[in-house]
Design a protein around this ligand. Structure first.
Ligand SMILES: NC(=O)c1ccc[n+]([C@@H]2O[C@H](COP(=O)([O-])OP(=O)(O)OC[C@H]3O[C@@H](n4cnc5c(N)ncnc54)[C@H](OP(=O)(O)O)[C@@H]3O)[C@@H](O)[C@H]2O)c1
Length: 236
C-alpha cells in the first residue's frame, strides 16, 4: 500500500504543488485548507484546518485517518508573513506569526508523531525559509519563527530517531506565490539581485526536494536543513 502524506496549507503555492507531486507519485494524499478548498484536484483529500487551533487540526487528522489511514508523512508548510520594521512591529505582529509558523508546526507534528511512533516509521518535514538562517530586514517575526523550526526539528529528530522517524527542514529561497505577491516589486527585484543564481526559485524545484526528503531514499537524513535558495543563504 502506498504511504499516506498530509500537507498543511495545501490550497495554494508550495503546499498545492507538493500535494500534487505526492499524488502523481502514487501516495495517498491529504491537504489542509483554511480559507478555500481549490476547485478540482480531486485526487487529494481536502480537509479544513487552522493550524492555530489544535482541535481543528485534530479533526483534520481524524478525517484523514478514517478515510486514507494513519499519516506517515507530514509536510508542515502552512505559513504567513506580516513584514514591518522592528520599531513598528507590535507584539501581536510578532506573536501572531509565531503562532502560525512555529506553534502551528508544533501542533501538527505533535498530532502526527504518536502514530508514527507506533508504526516505527515517519517523516516530518518543516518548511522554513532562508530568512530563518540569515535574518531579513522587516522580518524579525517571520525569521524568528522560521529559525525556531530548525531548533524544534533538530530536537525532535534526536528524540524520535530510534523510532524510525526522520525530521528535516526544507529552507526555500524566494519563489512566486500569493505570500510573495504581498512583497512590492522593488523589494522583489532587490531580492533577485542578491540571489547568486540570479532568479527566483520555481515552486516545483522546492516541492521536488520535499518529495525526495519524504522518500525511502532519504532514510539516512535527519535533523538536516536543506537549502533550496539559489545560493542566497550559503554560509549562514
Ligand atoms: N514564497 C516564498 O518566497 C517563500 C520562501 C521561503 C519560504 N516560504 C514558505 O513556504 C510556505 C508556503 O508558502 P507559499 O509561498 O506557498 O505561500 P501561500 O501560497 O500563501 O501558502 C501559504 C499557505 O499557508 C496557509 N495558512 C496560512 N495561515 C494558516 C493557518 N492559520 N492555518 C492553516 N493554514 C494556514 C494558507 O492557507 P489560506 O490560503 O487558506 O490562508 C496557504 O495555504 C510557507 O511556510 C512560507 O513561509 C515561502
Amino acid at each position: 500500500m502506498s504511504r499516506v502524506a498530509l500537507v498543511t496549507g495545501a490550497n495554494s503555492g508550495l503546499g498545492l504543488v507538493t500535494a500534487r507531486r505526492f499524488a502523481k507519485a502514487g501516495y495517498r494524499v491529504a491537504g489542509t485548507y483554511r480559507s478555500q478548498r481549490p476547485d478540482g484536484d480531486n485526487e487529494i483529500l481536502w480537509v479544513r484546518a487552522d493550524v492555530t487551533d489544535a482541535d481543528s487540526l485534530d479533526s483534520a487528522f481524524t478525517e484523514v485517518e478514517d478515510t486514507l489511514g494513519k499519516v506517515e508523512i507530514l509536510v508542515s508548510n502552512a505559513g504567513m508573513i506580516r513584514d514591518t520594521l522592528f520599531l513598528r512591529m507590535s507584539e501581536a505582529d510578532f506573536t501572531d506569526i509565531l503562532d502560525v509558523n512555529l506553534v502551528g508546526a508544533f501542533r501538527a507534528a505533535k498530532r502526527a508523531v504518536r502514530n508514527m511512533m507506533r508504526a516505527r516509521w515517519g517523516r516530518i518535514i518543516f518548511v522554513s525559509s532562508v530568512a530563518g538562517r540569515t535574518g531579513q530586514v522587516g522580518q524579525a517575526n517571520y525569521a524568528a519563527s522560521k529559525a525556531g523550526l530548525i531548533g524544534m526539528a533538530r530536537s525532535i529528530a534526536r528524540e524520535f530517531a530510534s523510532r524510525g522517524i526522520t525530521v528535516n527542514v526544507v529552507a526555500p529561497g524566494p519563489f512566486p506565490s500569493s505570500l510573495m505577491s504581498t512583497v512590492d516589486d522593488e523589494q522583489q527585484a532587490q531580492l533577485t539581485g542578491m540571489v547568486p543564481l540570479g532568479r527566483f526559485g520555481e515552486v516545483d524545484e522546492i516541492a521536488a526536494t520535499i518529495e525526495f526528503v519524504a522518500s525511502d531514499d532519504a532514510g539516512y537524513m535527519t535533523g538536516a536543513v536543506i537549502a533550496v535558495d539559489g545560493g542566497l543563504g550559503m554560509g549562514a
